[in-house]
Design a protein around this ligand. Structure first.
Ligand SMILES: [Mn+2]
Length: 274
């Protein structure tokens, strides 16, 4: 199964991606299949990906960010993961493991790769409460109006690690329905791509164990995490007060593991981000 990352032209995400892929190869072997879905047009970025031997799928998203809210526009890259079922380079793939670039692979993934959720598998997100002011959301697809009842009561799943059943999403135009829903409701949701997945798929999402998407601030991270997710403060965010309440437990330990994957030059670059 391919591990898929998404990237636009944000430089800081490139360094995150490098560590993500290096740690993936350290844990799963040098030939671990991966793919970077790239929506940008920067040749320096493409050169950097080639130097890192990361296969690239250049992709123009169907969800056009020009119609999004200012927040949605600023975070346009996060919506790319919603379209994996449409990517030509994944057309023959039954499943794909999507991961944010701010992950660190820490323990083997075999057990995760044996799972085949009906639609998608995601782990719980504990810091973002599930909240919506709408009882239903609706969308139009091929001149037909569809109503989506908001799932309630429900917890929120984190989209940072999502095991997508691509075959199922392609069936009966489900992905087309979902993207029509996304295009129409981006302005009515609270948490970008993650809310769109949670609101549309609701109880159809299969829960993954917490070990597959574990922030370093969680108490059990060092003992149990297979995929560490720098949800909240990024590894270089050590000095400022932003998100200081999340730099607890194993944040410093995991950040050091993350830093060890960098060259001295890259480490210097990362320090300049602070
Ligand atoms: Mn993330």
């Amino acid at each position: 199964m391919k591990t898929v990352f998404c990237l636009d032209d944000k430089m800081r995400y490139l360094i995150l991606l490098k560590v993500a892929v290096r740690s993936l190869r350290a844990i799963q072997g040098d030939e671990a299949p991966c793919l970077c879905l790239y929506a940008g047009h920067d040749s320096a970025m493409l050169d950097a990906l080639a130097a890192e031997r990361i296969p690239v799928a250049r992709y123009t998203p169907r969800l056009d960010p020009s119609g999004f809210t200012p927040l949605g526009k600023a975070c346009a890259g996060c919506f790319l993961k919603l379209e994996l079922a449409l990517v030509p380079e994944l057309a023959n793939d039954d499943m794909a493991l999507y991961c944010d670039t701010d992950v660190l692979f820490y323990r083997p993934l075999e057990e995760l790769f044996t799972q085949r959720p009906t639609y998608m598998g995601m782990a719980r997100e504990y810091t973002a409460p599930f909240y919506h002011e709408h009882k239903t959301l609706s969308y139009t697809y091929r001149q037909q109006r569809y109503v989506v009842p908001m799932p309630f009561p429900i917890w929120t799943y984190s989209s940072g690690v999502s095991l997508f059943n691509l075959t199922r999403l392609r069936k009966h135009g489900l992905i087309d329905h979902f993207l029509a829903f996304c295009a129409e409701n981006e302005s009515r949701i609270g948490n970008l791509d993650q809310s769109l997945l949670n609101y549309f798929f609701g109880k159809r999402i299969t829960r993954l164990d917490d070990c597959w998407n574990c922030p370093p601030y969680r108490n059990e991270c060092r003992d149990t995490a297979h995929i560490v997710h720098f949800h909240g403060p990024k590894p270089w965010e050590t000095g400022n007060s932003r998100l200081a309440d999340l730099r607890i437990n194993h944040f410093t330990y995991m950040r050091d593991v993350w830093m060890d994957y960098l060259t001295p030059e890259e480490r210097e670059l990362v320090h300049s981000f602070c």
